[in-house]
Design a protein around this ligand. Structure first.
Ligand code: PLP
Length: 425
């Protein structure tokens, strides 16, 4: 670890939560440099929905590279790009009756968000954007302005203008009708909230702590956007690519966003981001929003291969099935610990346990790591233990991982009890 401490910036993060030097990875298992095996319930923060080194993807990549096919092509036409676009149209768009234009943005998620916000502002000629409490949309300046967590939003960055935050579904409790509140703000001349170019929302807030928006809430949000001529941007960077049980996370609500940001697992772990937009919104002039790394050909090859999972309904059915295994397994564990106040939230294959005691989830994650399971926390205070496994994870690994979670919670409970008894003694 010394070289990382010596040379790598203090900003390094996950390396601190999971202090091992990783080397080999296959499916949902990772091995460190000494050959120690870890089960992965984190899947590259949702970038590895198809698992590490998916064999079909690896094979296609090796063949592509060994034939000296083009790797970097700016945004020129390539066979790899052509085949990706055809596959995306035929496998994802056409069966869903979607007609989005595709823009390849810079390689990481925040690049797609920046592009969406810029285009929305340009098309509508308005600067304000509405976002939601606990939202996470990335950390470059534009995306940061619509990200809620104060840890990332230092005043000195000067990027917090032109955005307004509203309560996400459930933020103010079950009774509070945040959509009526939004409607009131938009109709009242004196609300202080300017008519926005767009509203950006995650259907399930991932980094924000696994908050699932109800279908009705999303439908009402769409209706308000239509009524007030506001663009609806769904940020599907973490919850898309099958995470919630359908390819796009908003399919369950039957809504039709104006723009969709897609990244993370679309490239199966290789960097690639897309902005999908209604064709009328594609008002860019040629080259007006450009960049060197847009459309990485290796990611096209990987993505085209991975989209084959969506050729039959079996894959989506498998997500729902395995999601239920997680839900049931976690519920069974939590029933054993009646003294701990928790809330389980999730859908498909994303689940989160919120602990009322804010230090608890982080300690469980540490205990789990010491037992060779990788699992992260989420939420503004790291208070949610977040289950984000690959969608391809095998059932025996789910079982093995959940057993480790059970042992880890038991260990934290025992340590706290000992500490308390020590204090009392
Ligand atoms: C919903 C959402 N949007 C945007 C981003 C930013 O993506 P990236 O970290 O690739 O820039 C993330 C990353 O976690 C995300 O979850």
């Amino acid at each position: 670890m010394r070289i990382f401490e010596e040379m790598e910036s203090e900003v390094r993060g996950y390396i601190r939560s999971f202090p091992a030097v990783f080397d080999v990875a296959k499916g949902s298992e990772i091995f460190d440099e000494h050959g120690n095996r870890f089960i992965d319930f984190f899947a590259g923060a949702g970038s590895l929905n198809y698992g590490h080194n998916n064999p079909a993807v690896t094979e296609a990549l090796i063949e592509y590279l060994q034939s000296n096919r083009i790797v970097h092509g700016l945004d020129k036409a390539t066979v790899a790009k052509k085949e990706f676009l055809e596959k995306l149209r035929d496998t994802i768009f056409t069966p869903r009756n979607m007609e989005y234009k595709v823009q390849f943005t810079g390689p990481t998620g925040t690049n797609a968000v920046e592009t969406a916000l810029k285009l929305a502002r340009m098309v509508k000629g308005r600067s304000n954007i509405i976002a939601f409490t606990n939202a996470y949309h990335g950390l470059s300046m534009g995306s940061l302005a619509v990200t809620g967590n104060s840890f990332y939003r230092d005043e000195s960055y000067g990027v917090r203008a032109n955005s307004a935050f509203l309560p996400f579904d459930g933020y103010m409790g079950k009774e509070f009708d945040s959509m009526s509140y939004l409607r009131k703000l938009l109709t009242d001349q004196s609300s202080g909230v300017d008519l926005p170019a767009a509203i950006i929302v995650e259907t399930v807030q991932g980094e924000g702590g696994i908050h699932v928006a109800r279908d009705e809430w999303l439908q009402e949000l769409e209706a308000i956007c239509r009524e007030f001529d506001i663009l609806l941007i769904i940020d599907d960077i973490q919850m898309g690519n099958g995470r919630t049980g359908t390819f796009f996370s908003f399919e369950r609500a039957g809504i039709k966003p104006d723009m969709v940001t897609v990244s993370k697992s679309i490239g199966t772990g290789l960097p690639m981001s897309l902005l999908l937009m209604r064709p009328e919104l594609d008002q860019w002039k040629p080259g007006e929003h450009t960049g060197t790394f847009r459309g990485n050909n290796l990611a096209f090859i990987a993505a085209t291969k991975a989209l084959e999972y969506w050729d039959s309904p079996a894959f989506a059915e498998g997500i729902v099935y395995k999601g239920k295994l997680f839900e049931k397994g976690v519920k069974t564990i939590l029933e054993k610990y009646t003294d701990i106040e928790t809330e389980l939230r999730g859908v498909g294959m994303v689940w989160g346990i919120e602990f009322a005691d804010h230090g608890f989830a982080g300690t469980v994650s540490e205990e789990a790591f010491s037992r060779n399971l990788i699992i992260e926390t989420a939420g503004a205070n790291g208070q949610v233990l977040k289950f984000l496994p690959a969608l391809t994870i095998e059932e025996n690994l789910i079982e093995e991982g959940l057993k480790i979670i059970d042992e880890s919670i038991a260990a934290v409970v025992a340590t706290r009890k000992n500490l308390q008894e020590g204090v009392l003694a």
